[in-house]
Design a binder for this molecule. Sequence first.
Ligand SMILES: Nc1ncnc2c1ncn2[C@@H]1O[C@H](COP(=O)(O)OP(=O)(O)O)[C@@H](O)[C@H]1O
Ligand SMILES: [Mg+2]
Length: 426
Amino acid sequence: MGNCWYAPPKVDDFYSSKSNFEATKCQDKPSPILTIRSFREKGRTAIRTLREKGRTGKMSSPRSEDEILSSPNVKALSFSELKTATRNFRPDSLLGEGGFGYVYKGWLVEQTLTAARPGSGIVVAVKKLKPQGFQGHKEWLSEVNYLGQLHHPNLVKLIGYCLDGDNRLLVYEFMPRGSLENHLFKRTAQPLRWETRVKIAIDAAQGLCFLHSSESQVIYRDFKASNVLLDSEFNAKLSDFGLAKAGPTGDQTHVTTQVMGTQGYTAPEYVATGRLTSKCDVYSFGVVLLELLTGRRAVDKMKVGVEQKLVDWAKSHLDDKKHRIFRIMDTKLGGQYPRKGACIAATLAMTCVNPDAKARPKMDEVLAILETIPSLKCTIASSPSEQQTLASPLTKSPGYLDHPSPMNLTPRGSQLPAHIRLPQGR
Ligand SMILES: Nc1ncnc2c1ncn2[C@@H]1O[C@H](COP(=O)(O)OP(=O)(O)O)[C@@H](O)[C@H]1O
Ligand SMILES: [Mg+2]
């Protein structure tokens, strides 16, 4: 093959309308051509599959607190059992801390859900809300509500909850490899391989796709690396449904709500107007995809200027006439990634963070594009000389000029303008 060059689109192109995704004829080989239209079809199939294999719960219309807590899907657990199960919330059992709570490792007897001796029974993660009066009650209830009803391989499982005086706790399946945030940014963490990063992106996209595709759509609202958890095989699951919100219904185009989320991940139009749509999750997904590619945080206060915000920084490099994609890639990858796959992922990420929400793809389209990446195993950009070659100015093909598409992924040397050409056999 070897023909995996890429003429990266300019940022203006990233931000041009999605309608520019058009089919063009492949001129050299009759290999399958993937256009946004076929992505849509693939996306619809993906959604059907997700519905068939994943969903076991159905979101019912707004429920009262009593209804949520008395649902047969969630178990009420006693505070004293959870205290024993986590060895009195011992600091050395601490798995992590978020905005709302501390999460501890614990052990329960599977059948009775009573405390078990450490090392026996099932391992669980117990989130204990920070003592802040009832400020976190709404978020706690929201998690019981959503995770009690929605079941999917890419959503973390909620085992039970505890409501005892001022204490509010949640008990989840234990995710042995912790959060994606730790793997990407902790100094001591073993760097994640390219294949693992792509798999995590696909898993997380499947989780979001499932939420967005449900009859009563759910907007996750807090998609970020610390809310993506990994099991022993690096399967990724979304956790932390504290900010999840029912999507618009009927003729509504959005829901208006108080702006919540995490700086650097939140979509600009939502911050500006409080109008929430599923495209806000797509924006956050784009930011996490950039984190996966670059190994940089969404916001790094230690940096200055354009370096501070990942989206701006990535844009500044991909906007550059020289289109030096390798400059944005995580050096911890050691150059071990297929150029074409990296280019597809980077372009997709920039499309997701388009300031114009309407021009962002839907999650099923994002998923369909991501799913093309694992099969791209062409030349590895490993040596500095190769990276130099990558960095050399690319001649713009006529197609590149004619089709300022956000997905203008044009293999260099071919005459193909605006499409992604998949390798044979997919
Ligand atoms: N099920 C789990 N298994 C392992 N670690 C977890 C689990 N749930 C949470 N954690 C760890 O705790 C951190 C905070 O959890 P999270 O649910 O996001 O809390 P918050 O609602 O306060 O943001 C996560 O980033 C992760 O490191
Ligand atoms: Mg969190």
